[in-house]
Design a protein around this ligand. Structure first.
Ligand SMILES: [Cu+2]
Length: 402
């Protein structure tokens, strides 16, 4: 009963002016002493911060130098073809190429219309205890925007790679076959497995199989984990795996779409010749293009569809390599947001939900009014660089004016 004891002795006040002066001087002295101590601590902290900043700068320079050495190793392994996915080394003092954002040939609109959009509809699950994920690694010229060619490294010839759809408790058997001129690997975020074994480098011409059990529901990234990982992801080696929770565990969805966000860092405009990765831009995180499912604005010309009143579920992965996605659907709220793809709970009526690089999120919208609803990252630089699609509710005509 300490609080009672403190009230047993009423406080007394000194009224003698001399004593008051002594008390004030004493308090002042104590205050100054404390202030000097605090200043000393601040000085020490500032010195330490400067050291930390210097250490971080040195570490960054070392990482960049190591990345360059990694590139050298690749060119040794793969010759010119191995190097074709790379330009603009990231060494100290390296200067990024200018921005090629928005580059477009004269017939860009026709090319956008003719482009076959990456299927965003979730693929069917596989019956039985095992899901086969066959991933072929290769180096291919792909298109990342109308008329923009890119020297990609890919799974199954496309970036993103195929969407894998598993159910909780199924075994995912992954077979990677390397048709590329350099080593690659695959890292599944949905797996609980020793990475030094399962995610190991696979040499050119070789094949490797490993299995893991899908122990958690959600949507997860998979990607090449070969060093430098920044380059392998930036060049297109990523995809999504959806793991369904048990039947009936989630509210019913009428439509389900999988969207993989990623950035592209180009060493040239990619109009005449395919562009290759600019590692300096990648380090600086200043992309030329940002995309849903690997191609700028593809769902503007080829919108995702829904009927009024339907629940549409988006399974979203942000492949990065470095930027987050701030998921937002213009004209509505996210009725349910399983943030970070934690399927055990959802938030309601969320305006924008963050999907971190290397992470996922699951979002439901239910739109009653027919119209065109843009699906964006509300980090709007990314919209300007191509990360926008349309959800066409009720098969309305026309397109967005903004
Ligand atoms: Cu790779």
């Amino acid at each position: 009963m300490a609080y009672q004891a403190s009230h047993q002795q009423p406080a007394t006040f000194h009224t003698d002016p001399h004593e008051t002066r002594h008390v004030v001087i004493g308090l002042l002295a104590v205050f100054l002493g404390v202030a000097v101590g605090v200043l000393a601590l601040v000085a020490v902290w500032m010195g330490d911060s400067a050291h930390t900043a210097q250490r971080q700068a040195t570490a960054a320079a070392n990482r960049a130098a190591a990345a360059n050495r990694g590139m050298g190793g690749m060119s040794g392994m793969g010759g010119m073809s191995g190097m074709s996915g790379m330009s603009g080394m990231a060494g100290a003092g390296a200067v990024a190429t200018p921005s090629f954002a928005g580059a477009a040939p004269a017939n860009a609109d026709a090319l956008a219309s003719a482009h076959k959009a990456f299927p965003a509809e979730i693929p069917a699950t596989t019956p039985g205890p095992v899901v086969e994920a066959n991933l072929s690694m290769s180096h291919d010229v792909i298109q990342i925007a109308p008329g923009i060619k890119y020297n990609a490294w890919s799974f199954n010839g496309h970036a993103p790679g195929p969407v894998i759809h598993a159910r909780l408790g199924q075994t995912v058997r992954v077979t990677v076959t390397n048709h590329a001129p350099m080593a690659h690997s695959v890292d599944f975020h949905a797996a609980r497995i020793a990475p030094n074994v399962a995610f190991r480098d696979v040499d050119p011409g070789k094949s490797f199989t490993f299995s893991f059990k899908a122990t958690a529901p959600g949507v997860f990234m998979y990607h090449c984990g070969t060093k430098p990982v920044l380059a392998h992801i930036a060049n297109g080696m990523y995809g999504a795996i959806v793991v369904d929770p048990p039947a009936g565990a989630l509210p019913k969805a009428d439509r389900q779409y999988v969207l993989v966000a990623s950035e592209w860092y180009l060493g040239s405009d990619g109009l005449k010749q395919p562009a290759s990765l600019d590692m300096t831009k990648a380090h600086q995180m200043v992309p030329d293009w940002v995309t849903w499912n690997g191609y700028a604005n593809q769902y503007v010309k080829h919108p995702l569809a829904a009927n009024p009143g339907e629940t549409v579920r988006f399974w979203v992965v942000d492949a990065g390599p470095s930027l987050d996605t701030d998921f937002h659907v213009v004209g509505t709220l996210l009725n349910r947001a399983w943030v970070n793809a934690d399927m055990s709970q959802f938030q309601r009526n969320v305006q924008t939900a963050s999907v971190p690089a290397g992470g996922g999120g699951v979002f439901d919208v239910k739109i009653d009014q027919p119209g065109l609803y843009p699906v964006v990252s509300h980090s709007f630089a990314s919209v300007d660089e191509g990360q926008v699609g349309l959800l066409n509710v009720g098969n309305v005509k026309g397109t967005m004016s903004h």
